[in-house]
Design a protein around this ligand. Structure first.
Ligand code: ATP
Ligand code: MG
Length: 416
């Protein structure tokens, strides 16, 4: 894409009402726009990042047999009354239409997915299976001041699995865990992410969170010095020893909860009477697992973890483009023609490129924008680089610069 045509502009200064690093850089870079506290629009650069994250998550969910669906945000009150959550859930957005009918704006989707599954499942032969969606959630968050980390409307992947017995649920739970690690690895967060025991809520003793170390985090976790699993502060007094290895030496850290997985058992099958006939002819409630990841929170977390004082340093897997090609304005027409040639070459070879072809911007402005936007490879075509035999190439994450012949660059970047 040509940057001259990108309708968003970068901003020099961070908005005064945004305290978090992720919101400051994402707004300054033109990735997102704040509509109200906790509600953001995604602009071309930001939406490309979200699509990349979505694709990583989709591939890993498909790999564990997840079937993708899409459920509504507008949900009938009846379903929420059946589970008791119409009155029990503090952060539920409720609304009334002109005919006085009441609805919930979905904060999660058990109330839709369980009755939906019930219409299609008859016998034990129909299970196990898992469905997931990538969809906006609504929660009345009181403190929405951490940018994408805590939205009132935010994007989540929610997977629900259905099983005949606990053994089967346990086996799937392990698979989901592995898929989650792959996602965090691909998103550049694995090294800083800890598997964390948290309160289980329902019947199982614990739920499990994936917590990424960051000063911006609202959670406090205790990492076991021996086995590197962690315990959330909220249950630490009940769990003085590590639940995995029994050690009692921990390191306290601040962290962001990027994912959460639960064994729901029959908590939701019960109110909706979701049963199947077992092989011995008896009817039994299904049991369930649920597995969430906030995509927008993940994007915010990536920025919190991967930035320097100048801007974002996107991991390549989720970057809006792979290459930021910069043409430094020159009197010599050769510079423009070489940059254009390179742009065409990259496009023709399927390499995603943002081409800073703006005539009105100085080299300094272009470099500052490139650092702020954080695309992994910066390629500069200038009088100097052309005289030195090509274009100057530099990784956003490194200081080393190199000149590579223009006709070799496409090949070079294809292999990276
Ligand atoms: P938190 O304790 O941070 O409020 P939660 O326990 O309410 O999170 P879940 O209901 O388990 O979160 O949701 C699954 C995932 O959705 C979370 O792990 C997180 O990644 C994301 N998430 C939850 N609430 C928000 C929010 N307000 N904004 C952005 N992402 C969120
Ligand atoms: Mg919450």
């Amino acid at each position: 894409m040509r940057q001259s045509q990108l309708f968003t502009k970068t901003q020099k200064n961070a908005p005064k009402d945004e305290m978090s690093v992720n919101a400051q850089f994402l707004i300054r870079g033109g990735f997102i726009n704040k509509e109200l506290a906790g509600v953001y629009s995604f602009l071309p650069l930001g939406f490309r990042v979200m699509k990349k994250i979505e694709q990583v998550i989709r591939e890993e969910m498909d790999a564990i047999g997840g079937q993708e669906i899409f459920m509504p945000s507008l949900q009938p009150k009846d379903n929420w009354e059946k589970t008791g959550r119409w009155s029990a859930m503090d952060d539920l957005y409720k609304l009334k239409d002109a005919g006085n009918r009441e609805f919930a704006l979905g904060p999660t989707h058990e109330e839709i997915v369980v009755p939906l599954v019930k219409k299609h499942i008859q016998s034990h032969k129909d299970i196990p299976f898992a469905v997931y969606q990538i969809q906006n959630k609504f929660r009345m968050e009181l403190r929405a001041k951490s940018g994408l980390l805590r939205g009132r409307e935010f994007l989540m992947k929610d997977l629900y699995s259905f099983h005949a017995n606990e053994k089967d649920l346990d086996a799937y739970y392990e698979k989901a865990k592995t898929a989650y690690w792959k996602i965090f690895e691909r998103a550049g967060l694995k090294e800083k992410t800890y598997f964390t025991f948290a309160s289980g809520g329902t019947f199982s003793r614990y739920s499990h969170e994936f917590q990424t170390l960051s000063e911006a985090g609202e959670d406090t976790i205790y990492i076991c010095e021996k086995c590197k699993n962690a315990v959330n502060k909220e249950i630490k007094h009940e769990t003085p020893k590590c639940p995995v290895c029994g050690e009692n030496k921990f390191k306290e850290e601040k962290a962001i909860e990027v994912g959460n997985i639960f064994k729901l058992m029959d908590k939701f099958a019960k109110p909706f009477d979701l049963k199947v006939t077992d092989s011995d002819g008896r009817e039994k409630n299904l049991i369930m697992g649920c597995y969430g990841i906030g995509l927008s929170r993940l994007a915010g977390t990536i920025v919190e973890v991967h930035h320097d004082e100048k801007g974002i340093v996107w991991p390549e897997s989720v970057a809006p483009f792979k290459v930021h090609l910069i043409e430094v304005k020159s009197q010599k027409s050769k510079v423009k023609s070489e940059a254009e040639k390179l742009y065409e070459g990259l496009l023709n070879n399927g390499i995603e490129v943002l081409y800073d072809d703006r005539d009105e911007s100085s080299a300094g402005e272009k470099f500052a924008d490139a650092d702020l936007i954080g695309i992994p490879w910066r390629v500069v075509v200038s009088e100097k680089s052309v005289a030195a035999g090509g274009a100057e190439i530099k990784k956003r994450s490194e200081n080393k610069k190199e000149i590579i012949a223009i006709n070799k660059l496409v090949d070079y970047l294809s292999k990276k």
